[in-house]
Design a protein around this ligand. Structure first.
Ligand SMILES: Cc1cc2nc3c(=O)[nH]c(=O)nc-3n(C[C@H](O)[C@H](O)[C@H](O)COP(=O)(O)O)c2cc1C
Length: 241
């Protein structure tokens, strides 16, 4: 029963490119869907993301232009910019550490508790710290080479690896948002067709932020679905070993 309900939501969600300008939008549903997006799984619970909700007509028009005036961006009444915030790693490592300290207050620390504290106090800085000269990347590459030589080891060393990490989590949040919207029969369209530099400038995003995806949302029209949904057969992409 529950599964059927979920399948219906997944099936309802399509990338809708034309929106009804007259339709009433319950903004509480957008708010709620964004709040649900914050519950998405994310790497080490670092939550290195920010969801920028663009609803003012002027800003929206400017962002739509930065999305090359593509139909979804131009016609949707709301745009959500899913930003990665790798620049916030220090604050978020500390935030997690503070939460642990609160949880452990007055308790004798077990080995597991100490490991959890080290995870945010020592490991996260090792993962996320960068410098102009690439010393930290070099250090991480060396550690991966030595420690991972003949045993399983997390192979995260370069800035590209870090970017993959934060974009993965942010994309999951975007998906939670879209499915939540779909559960209320609102439509969405994820977009990566935009000038990221321009978008960042328009929303005053810091240098360390990156635009993961922009999601157009509202009430779609029938012509907003450009074609029937097609996928390759499950046998081609699902491999059980
Ligand atoms: C990361 C990502 C970027 C996308 N970028 C765009 C885009 O810029 N413009 C657009 O119209 N659709 C975009 N799409 C929508 C895809 O074209 C769409 O998901 C795909 O064709 C499958 O159709 P469906 O979403 O209706 O199932 C994007 C989807 C994803 C996941």
């Amino acid at each position: 029963m529950q599964q059927d309900f979920f399948a219906k939501i997944v099936d309802y969600r399509r990338s809708v490119r034309v929106y009804d300008a007259q339709a009433e939008i319950d903004e509480q549903i957008i708010q709620k869907s964004l709040e649900l997006a914050t519950l998405s799984p994310n790497s080490s619970n670092m939550q290195l993301w920010e969801f920028v909700w663009v609803s003012s007509p002027d800003k929206k028009e400017a962002i739509a232009k930065a999305c090359f005036n593509q139909s979804a961006a131009r016609t949707a009444p709301h745009l959500i910019i899913f930003l990665t915030r790798q620049d916030r790693w220090k604050n978020m490592a500390q935030w997690n550490l503070d939460n642990l300290k609160k949880q452990f207050q007055g308790k004798e620390l077990s080995g597991r508790d100490k490991r959890a504290m080290d995870y945010y106090g020592k490991l996260m800085p090792l993962f996320y710290r960068n410098d102009w000269f690439g010393f930290m990347t070099l250090l991480r590459k060396l550690i991966v080479l030595v420690k991972g030589f003949n045993r399983p080891f997390l192979r995260v060393s370069s800035h590209a690896d870090q970017r993959v990490m934060v974009h993965k989590s942010c994309a999951l949040a975007a998906q939670t948002f879209m499915l939540s919207m779909a559960s209320h029969e609102y439509d969405t369209c994820p977009m990566e067709g935009f000038d990221s530099r321009l978008v960042k400038k328009l929303i005053d995003a810091p240098a360390g932020a990156e635009v993961c995806m922009i999601v157009a949302c509202g009430k779609g029209t029938e012509e907003g679905i450009y074609a029937a949904r097609t996928r390759v057969s499950s046998e081609e992409v699902i491999r059980k070993i």
